[in-house]
Write a protein that binds this ligand. Structure first.
Ligand code: PAF
Length: 265
């Protein structure tokens, strides 16, 4: 694996996996998917200050450079790019707006977050010029916004990787203490409860019951949306998706699952 530090050494036409480091098996699955798309697999590690609305969150974001390099190499990354802030944000760079979808759900709780995400991803695409870019479904709203970025890059989505008890893998999970780690399954339990319900009204109600049973979880939102436009799903929605977010002991967790559409039955 080649460590790339110069923009001139980037490999265009590759399969690209942008990350913020603290790599785990979820990222590994993105690298594996990238390796199926191209012989050149480029990963970047850049903790993007523009997408952190809270300076403490940015300061506490886990940074594990040595383990990251090992995991990337083992997972088939051929080029690991460690951009400098100035590579991504030269003087006078233009911050992009994520538009109205950037202001709801995650965006409502994290003002400016998605503007930062679309800005960095557009800039990374401009510099790398990959053929494919792989993103996880776990950050579903992020994935939807990235698909709206105007570029020639083919966006490939990858399924969420979970621990055996259902918790979606996330770099933030390392900040959960032992008790919060056990309580964190409340999200996947609520998602599964919604998926098992007979109709959307009971899905919404069982999901809330599960969430309320875990008093340490502070709910931000739990909703069933039409994944095409993030409006509230109805029984005739073709692609309903349950999205949940909240905090456990100060750690923000998010997750989602696609529901079977009753409109297609
Ligand atoms: O999902 C992430 O890790 C980040 O939001 C991304 C896409 C690498 C942009 O900084």
């Amino acid at each position: 694996m080649k460590i790339v530090t110069q923009v001139s050494d980037l490999v265009s036409g590759c399969a690209f996996v942008p990350t913020m480091g603290a790599l785990h098996s979820g990222h590994q699955s993105l690298f594996t998917l990238a390796a199926k798309k191209s012989e050149s697999v480029m990963a970047s590690i850049f903790v993007n200050p523009l997408q952190f609305e809270n300076p403490d969150d940015l300061a506490r974001y886990p940074r594990t450079p040595e383990q990251d390099a090992e995991l990337a190499e083992e997972a088939g990354v051929t080029h690991l790019w460690l951009p400098l802030y100035e590579d991504i944000y030269p003087p006078g760079f233009k911050k992009l707006s994520a538009g109205p979808l950037g202001d709801i759900y995650e965006g409502a709780s994290r003002p400016g977050h998605f503007d930062g995400v679309v800005t960095v991803v557009s800039r990374l695409f401009e510099l790398v010029r990959p053929q494919f870019a792989i993103f996880g479904e776990k950050d579903f709203q992020q994935l939807s916004l990235i698909k709206k970025i105007k570029s020639d890059v083919e966006i490939v989505s990858a399924p969420t990787v979970r621990e055996s008890d259902g918790l979606a893998l996330s770099s933030r999970n390392t900040r959960l203490d032992a008790q919060s780690r056990l309580q964190a399954t409340v999200i996947s339990r609520a998602l599964h409860a919604a998926l098992a319900a007979d109709n959307l009204a009971s899905a919404r109600s069982v999901m809330r019951e599960v969430i309320e049973s875990e008093s340490s979880f502070t709910l931000d939102y739990a909703e069933i949306i039409d994944e095409d436009d993030f409006t509230e799903a109805t029984e005739s929605t073709l692609r309903p998706r349950v999205i949940i977010s909240g905090w456990l002991n100060g750690v923000r967790l998010i997750d989602n699952m696609a529901m079977r559409s009753r409109a297609q039955i």
